[in-house]
Design a protein around this ligand. Structure first.
Ligand code: G4P
Length: 190
């Protein structure tokens, strides 16, 4: 998505440790009009073919997923991290390892909101090593639901998570893929 690449170039900052700061539109302040444009792009990619729900994980994935859900007229389910006190009844859960934060956390979805009849697109903000996506895919599989594909707004291609999932036959369509980045510049995959 060229407009997203341009927005990253205009507003993003590359920090130490290969971290891209995009707090002005995605991770802290939300550019809602631009989020809707991302939602339209996700709709164009998937051409709704009987999907039932979008699935994401809190917190920053929710904004992108809600934008796509608004355009696609689909409900959004988000996995909660660690806390289960307000998730009652039976749950699907998966452990996720974060390389960025060097921690492990549990993601949880109530069985009330995913079933074998669901046809799911997974949405998230960043795709780095792919562990969050793997956890969400695990939950889709536990539910016996059908996974159509996964879309992240910004994929850090140099971390390899997206390509590893593609090699497993999973449809991963990111809106912008960064192949290289440093404080001197950002190169997008063509
Ligand atoms: P992975 O899921 O692809 O394996 O990624 P990883 O664990 O390494 O990333 C952990 C968190 O850091 C995720 O958010 C991810 O969205 C975010 N992240 C990874 N790389 C970048 C980056 O370059 N820039 C920014 N801004 N975020 C990055 P999280 O901790 O789960 O937080 P949140 O969703 O609650 O914000």
């Amino acid at each position: 998505m060229l407009a997203l690449e341009q927005k990253i170039l205009n507003e993003g900052t590359v920090l130490e440790g290969h971290v891209l700061k995009v707090g002005s539109f995605l991770n802290q302040q939300l550019d809602v009009d631009f989020l809707v444009e991302m939602g339209k792009e996700i709709d164009r990619i998937y051409k709704n073919d009987g999907f039932t729900k979008l699935l994401t994980v809190e917190s920053s994935g929710i904004a992108v997923a809600v934008a796509a859900g608004t355009v696609m007229h689909l409900p959004v389910v988000f996995a909660k991290k660690n806390k289960t006190s307000n998730v009652s009844g039976e749950i699907y859960s998966a452990m996720v390892h974060s390389y960025t934060h060097n921690t492990d956390y549990k993601i949880v979805v109530s069985k009330d909101y995913l079933s074998k009849d669901d046809k799911i697109v997974i949405i998230d903000d960043f795709l780095a090593n792919g562990k969050a996506l793997e956890g969400l895919i695990d939950i889709v599989n536990q539910a016996g639901a059908t996974l159509v594909g996964a879309t992240c707004a910004i994929e850090k291609g140099f971390q390899g998570g997206g390509d590893r999932l593609r090699e497993q036959g999973i449809r991963v369509e990111s809106l912008a893929i960064i192949d290289e980045m440093s404080p001197e510049g950002i190169t997008f995959r063509k």
